[in-house]
Design a binder for this molecule. Sequence first.
Ligand code: MN
Ligand code: MN
Length: 386
Amino acid sequence: MENKTNKYLIPVLCLLLACLVGYFAYNAGKASSESALNEKDELISELSEKQEFLNQLNRYSVERIGVEEGKTIYVIGHMNPDTDTVCSAIAYARLLNMLGFKAEARISGPLNKETTLALKEAGVETPEELVDASGENIFLVDHSEYAQAVAGMEDAHIVGVLDHHGIGTVTTGHQVVYEARPIGATATIVWLDYLNYGLELDQVTAHLLLSAVLSDTLNLQGTTTTEADRLAIPALAQIAEVSDVEGLYKRLRTEALSYEGMSDEEILYYDYKNYEASGVTYGIGLVNSIDEDTSKKLAARMKEAMAESFDTKGVDLMYASVGIRENGEKIDYIVPANERSESVLKNAFPDYDEYDGTSYIFRSGLGRKTKFVPGLNDYLAAHPHE
Ligand code: MN
Ligand code: MN
């Protein structure tokens, strides 16, 4: 009898023990996965608190933008406006609105074909033109040169500059927001600012910024492109709900390359900028080309156009830069307007590859922002009487 009881008791006890072990192990596992979840939640809330703190800190840093009592801030880009300058101005004016400032975008002149398309595709009206900046509250984007700004900028109240070029001639005595970065587009800086201030980008504004980054970086092929520009494109495309980014770039680029129905002078001054260095003023017009043959023909036409219009532009030196900037290739045909422009060019850039009687040819490119302007400025500073 006793034997029989023992015979059953041991397996029953073993079974009970196994159940107990299993029960405790199950509960321990459940508790540990619960605590892992709690830890994750805590980490997320800690990180978002940290993020909110940084966003707030960034907002505090611009709360004292020096707006004159009750006046609107006009956000404006350079003359001969391009897509980056116009779209950045619109997007940055919206950012200032979200931060509680009275701000509106303005343009400095009629829009080119590419920018017209960029606004149309985003569904945005063309901003009003600002003819005279004197006495106005101004936030400059995409430039800091009086020579590239609308009339009256010397007498404007400049409250900020957002740019990706060299420091220009604009100065202020008072405190100012000055944000410049060596990256591919002003629009990328605007995107970074939305992130830094913790502001939500709407679909339309994201569409504008996307077009601007594509345009200024030549779809990330431009020499000034950075990883920040590369990351901006998919992020902006998602918010803008643009699935075919390549298609958008192609449509914009086709407009930029189309000089259909334009006179030679209009082509020369389509993407033209003025500069001032060491008391010398000069202008450079960029002209887009597709191959060597077209470049030579365009260069000859630009030489004529400069001969006819040079005297009316009030500059000491002038150049046309006809460039092939497709598929990673970069060849620039630099056409000087007159003898003085030519001698400065040859002395400042003696390493050109070829001279064909009209153009000085740079087979690895002479980018206006990256090489041409810095090189001329250095040369003019070292040779003040040329
Ligand atoms: Mn620009
Ligand atoms: Mn730009």
